[in-house]
Design a binder for this molecule. Structure first.
Ligand SMILES: Nc1nc2c(c(=O)[nH]1)N[C@H]1C(S)=C(S)[C@@H](COP(=O)(O)OP(=O)(O)OC[C@H]3O[C@@H](n4cnc5c(=O)[nH]c(N)nc54)[C@H](O)[C@@H]3O)O[C@H]1N2
Ligand SMILES: Nc1nc2c(c(=O)[nH]1)N[C@H]1C(S)=C(S)[C@@H](COP(=O)(O)OP(=O)(O)OC[C@H]3O[C@@H](n4cnc5c(=O)[nH]c(N)nc54)[C@H](O)[C@@H]3O)O[C@H]1N2
Ligand code: SF4
Ligand SMILES: [Mo]
Length: 725
């Protein structure tokens, strides 16, 4: 923004970047400061409105925890004593340290990591490649990639989302879109108005589920059994697409034989969904097509049988004849803008990456990043080799199982730099922290539907000395003397490189709030497999995966989407831990650990809520508002009990990412899906909750590093521990 614009009132057209939904946002700016925000109404298809997080976005940019300057840690790591340094010193130190680590231990000992934000990932991957490390990894080690793996193991391509605009039946399989994708609630309303039949698969009676025609209220983690049960009905009642199955499916006979046992009655026993509802849903899905399944990026794979559960769900798409069909799941959108970078940069794989020995199918399917869920152990145990440096863009240790253990591991690193918007406790062990610019303070290319491309405007100049992540990445590449032509210019040149295949330039996008149609477009047509086959080893849709089968002997993976029940596999003593623990179901006002620091949003919940069905609370004699300690075989955490009638009885829900009480301390390091490495966040176990008084802060109850300990409990009026163990 130029100096001239100071002193003026302006409305800037941004795109909210707090979550990936990308709502168009009008930003009111006065004297170079944002004074308010609201949802844009004047862009095509937009009726305005922001969710709670978007509405609080002023507190995101002007936050007291905002990082404004590069800083270095002085004194012992973990004490959080940072002093301001110049960018020059920061770049110089980082470049020297990283080159020295490479010299002494090899490039692979440096890890390049990206948190949830997606927009700078290709540039960071280029930096890792140019440096020579195979260890580029992201938050996708717990999000999306396992869902994608499951799909890819069958159809060979990246996951195909449903064509909602043309579907007659939509199955929302673990998707509470009112909370997790607020703008989509408008298309949900539109589908309802069009008479689209809706099936929701969700243990909770959510606002989305309540509006469905059929609600399949399953026990968490039993999705695989439910999908196999639906397949059994479709095959038994001859409601499947014979032509697709005969010509294009590999392993159908084996699959048919396997699903035979999943009769509605047997499936009811596993999932808790009444047999008649399974029949009703399977018949509706199979006969009222075209039909699409709205997938979740994470929920179905946050289980220890996650990939196989999702494979079972994904087979329904081919079985019902909805693969690459209008109104089903199109393999390519009818029209799109071709851009460089996203999904196009390959990871350097000349050396073994972290996670490769543990989760070989992740790499074989393939995925262009390393698997880092076990990062803490890899660092502490020097597996598969010593790891010495971490270059993180958005490290949030709270997103992983046992965050306190990851903190210990980060402390062990020789050098750790974290680039973030905020100075969070995830930087406690960092040597250097760098201030990143928010979406308000930078431009960003955004692809849109129908082959349109847009530019999110910078509304204001960066606060303090914050910089856009890609500029930081470009400068680091230069300082280390790495040869990477795509990163070598300015940020605008990089954006023009992204745009190149579209025939557009950044300059042409400026000032066009609704976006500009790409000059070159890519067109998709249905039934691509009839012409091209499938990109799998057999060239067919693999209901029996030949890639997974390869690992049968060494890793125990099955080619079939075999259902394994977490209650049996986990071997947890249910007499000690009777409650099923489900963590992280999205809340409209929170976004992982990111927006808890916004005062308007923080005020909505005084502490981490431990949500239970009122009948369970009654049996435990817990009152709403009681302070409770939850323990699992993995650890303990503290929260406040809340009665939630929409919960399935027998289940405890807790949202993660809150330092007032961290649910992830309950999840053990080893509770992972053996195929993807995704943690079983959504089907674990916990025990009765110990209740204690708000007033007795001086009791011997304490939680340290997620472990609950007490030698005796102080009994006080109105607050006594109900149970000691
Ligand atoms: N407000 C907000 N929105 C977000 C996020 C956020 O943190 N806050 N995070 C974003 C991210 S990173 C992701 S990955 C997406 C996730 O998006 P979603 O998957 O839609 O979000 P969730 O609320 O986690 O899960 C959806 C529903 O699945 C149900 N569920 C829980 N366990 C199971 C199960 O085992 N099986 C089935 N079938 N259903 C189950 C929950 O009750 C919930 O209602 O949300 C994104 N959107
Ligand atoms: N128990 C439990 N744990 C979970 C989940 C669950 O359901 N249950 N969900 C998992 C899933 S699906 C996901 S996606 C992860 C998400 O976990 P994370 O990726 O950790 O998500 P965030 O906390 O939103 O973001 C990470 C960091 O990026 C910073 N950041 C935001 N924008 C920018 C930017 O533009 N530049 C830079 N440099 N930094 C930025 C934020 O301030 C934050 O510190 O959590 C996972 N953990
Ligand atoms: S849903 Fe909310 S946080 Fe996400 S982009 Fe839209 S306004 Fe922003
Ligand atoms: Mo996610």
């Amino acid at each position: 923004m130029s100096q001239k614009e100071h002193g003026k009132k302006q409305v800037k057209k941004a795109v909210c970047g707090i979550c990936a939904s990308g709502c168009p946002m009008d930003v009111y700016v006065e004297d170079g400061k944002i004074i308010s925000v609201e949802g844009s109404k004047d862009r095509p298809g937009q009726s305005g409105g922001l969710c709670a997080k978007g509405a609080a976005a002023r507190q995101y940019i002007y936050n007291q925890e905002r990082l404004l300057y590069p800083m270095k840690q002085v004194g012992e790591k973990g004490h959080g004593k940072f002093v301001r340094i110049s960018w020059e010193e920061a770049y110089q130190t980082i470049a020297e340290k990283l080159l020295s680590v490479r010299e002494r231990y090899g490039a692979r000992s440096t890890i390049f990591y990206a948190g949830y934000p997606k927009w700078y990932r290709p540039a960071l991957l280029r930096l890792a490649n140019a440096y020579g490390s195979p260890n580029y990894c992201t938050e996708s080690s717990t999000c999306f990639q396992a869902s994608n793996m499951a799909w890819k193991s069958i159809y060979g391509n990246d996951i195909c989302f449903p064509d909602l605009a043309n579907a007659n039946t939509v199955m929302l399989w673990a998707s509470n879109l009112y909370h997790s994708n607020t703008p989509m609630s408008k298309s949900y309303r539109g589908m309802k108005a069009r008479g689209v039949k809706i099936i929701v698969v969700d243990p909770r009676n959510t606002v989305t589920a309540r509006e469905a025609d059929i609600h399949l209220r399953l026990l968490p983690g039993t999705d695989g059994a439910l999908a196999l049960g639906m397949a059994q009905v479709m095959i038994e009642e001859d409601l499947y697409d014979h032509e697709f199955v005969e010509k294009y499916v590999h392993g159908f006979e084996e699959y048919r034989a396997y699903v035979k046992q999943f009769t509605p009655e047997y499936t009811e026993k596993i999932t808790g969904v009444p047999a008649e509802k399974i029949l009703e849903a399977a018949r509706l899905y199979a006969t009222n097509g075209p039909a699409g399944i709205m997938f979740s990026a994470a929920t179905v794979v946050h289980h220890i049988n996650g990939v196989q559960n999702y494979r079972a769900v994904h087979t329904l798409v081919g079985l019902s004849g909805n693969y690459d069909r209008k109104g089903g799941h199109l393999a390519r959108p009818p029209v799109s803008a071709p851009v460089n970078e996203f999904g196009k940069v390959k990871r350097y794989d000349g050396e073994e990456a972290i996670g490769q020995k543990d989760f070989p199918a992740w790499f074989a399917l393939p995925c262009e990043e390393a698997q880092c869920t076990r990062l803490a152990e890899y660092i502490l145990k020097e597996e598969p080799y010593p790891l010495k440096a971490l270059v993180a863009f958005g490290m949030n240790h709270r997103m992983w199982p046992k965050p306190s253990y990851l903190q210990e591991a980060l402390k062990k690193l020789e050098f750790y730099v974290n680039v973030d918007l905020f100075l969070s406790d995830s930087s406690d062990m960092a040597d250097i922290v760098l201030p990143a610019a928010t979406f308000f303070e930078r431009e960003e290319i955004r692809t849109m539907r129908g082959g349109m491309v847009g530019l999110s405007e910078a509304a204001v100049c960066p606060c303090g000395e914050a910089k856009n992540d890609i500029e930081i990445i470009q400068e680091l590449a230069r300082r280390m003397g790495l040869s990477e032509p795509v990163l070598s210019g300015t940020y605008e040149e990089y954006m023009n490189y992204i745009l190149k295949p579209t025939g557009l330039s950044v300059e042409e996008l400026r000032g066009h709030q609704g976006g500009v149609k790409a000059k070159h477009l890519v067109f998709g047509t249905e039934r691509s497999y009839e012409r091209e086959g499938f990109a799998t080893p057999t060239g067919k849709a693999e209901f029996v995966s030949t890639v997974l089968e390869k690992y049968k002997d060494a890793y125990g993976y099955d080619g079939l989407p075999v259902y394994r029940d977490f209650r049996e596999v986990s071997e947890v003593d249910r007499t000690v831990y009777p409650w099923i623990l489900n963590t992280g179901s999205r809340k409209p006002q929170y976004f992982h650990a990111r927006v808890n620091r916004l005062p308007w949003l923080a005020a909505l919940e005084p502490a981490t809520l431990v949500e239970m069905h009122p009948s369970d609370m009654e049996s435990l004699q817990i009152q709403e508002g009681d302070r409770v300690i939850v323990t699992s075989p993995g650890g303990s955490m503290e929260g406040i009990a809340a009665a939630v009638r929409n919960n399935l009885p027998g289940m405890v829900h807790i949202y993660h990412g809150n330092k007032k009480g961290e649910a992830n301390e309950l999840i053990p390091l080893t509770y992972l899906d053996p195929i993807s490495g995704f943690p079983g966040y959504k089907s674990y176990f916990c025990n009765e909750m110990l209740r204690y008084c708000f007033h007795c802060e001086q009791t011997n109850l304490s939680i340290q590093n997620g472990q609950f300990s007490y030698s005796f409990l102080l009994l006080q009026k109105g607050g006594l521990a109900r149970r000691t163990r």
